[in-house]
Ligand binder design. Structure first.
Ligand code: ADP
Ligand code: ADP
Length: 219
């Protein structure tokens, strides 16, 4: 069964007195261990779709099934519980917690989900080359290191679905390739499904499948 299954997902934003449609009946599925690129022009609805799949925003209608559970009828509290455990998001801007060191940033979501496992964290830290950084704070890290911490944090609770919004968009070319390859290797290890938003044809080509969003619909 797919780890992520969207069907007929619609979303509008109210702007003044108008409802502006952003997603207009989106269907997509992602299987365990599968990697899927989501491309589309700026404003086509990619981030909105990702936030809905991650339980960070709500759809107006349709089904959003994460590991078999439909997020749409859930309360915010129920959705928050799924968010820590079954689906995680990596952002372009890293979004680390500045007041926590690397070890505590990595443990943060897994701890919230009640799933902190030293062996899982140790594996992620080793694979991402973070063992020398654990007591440092985010401000002391390079962009590539910060994104590796964000990836470790996202995967530490062993989610079924990893969502990534331009995860290498803030990194230089060499670092971007390295981080992307590490991300793909870890996803292959864990069997999570990966939905990755990208503007880059080179990055999209590294995924198993590609979906193109155009004006809120899958083209
Ligand atoms: P993309 O990620 O493809 O660039 P987005 O999902 O960010 O697209 O945005 C899709 C459309 O929705 C854009 O026209 C954007 O201006 C609009 N939009 C996004 N978020 C909001 C919001 N919170 N309120 C109003 N409009 C929004
Ligand atoms: P764009 O289309 O945005 O101009 P590219 O598609 O050439 O850029 O690549 C953008 C980023 O993706 C670069 O940092 C590059 O290192 C990385 N990249 C491109 N192709 C690959 C690949 N096959 N494997 C790993 N990284 C890649």
């Amino acid at each position: 069964a797919p780890v992520l299954h969207l069907s007929g997902v619609t979303k509008s934003y109210s702007v003044a007195t108008d409802a502006v449609p952003v997603l207009r009946g989106v269907d997509l599925h992602l299987n365990p261990g599968e990697t899927l690129a989501l491309t589309g022009e700026s404003g086509s609805g990619k981030s909105t779709l990702l936030h809905i799949a991650g339980g960070l925003e709500t759809a107006d209608a349709g089904q959003v099934r994460v590991a078999g559970q439909d997020l749409v009828p859930m309360t915010d509290t129920q959705r928050a519980a799924i968010r820590c455990k079954d689906v995680a998001v990596v952002f372009q801007q890293f979004n680390l917690i500045p007041s926590l060191n690397v070890a505590d940033n990595i443990a943060f979501q897994a701890r919230l989900a009640g799933r902190l496992d030293a062996q899982v964290v140790g594996h992620l830290v080793a694979k991402l080359g973070l063992s020398e950084q654990l007591t440092k704070y985010p401000e002391a890290l390079s962009g590539g290191q910060q994104q590796r911490v964000a990836i470790a944090r996202a995967l530490a609770a062993r989610p079924r679905v990893l969502l990534a919004d331009e995860p290498t968009g803030n990194l230089d070319e060499g670092t971007s390739s390295e981080v992307l390859e590490q991300l793909l290797a870890l996803v292959a290890d864990t069997g999570a499904g990966l939905l990755l938003v990208t503007h880059s044809p080179g990055i999209a080509a590294r995924m198993d499948r590609r979906l193109h969003l155009s004006r809120g619909q899958v083209a």
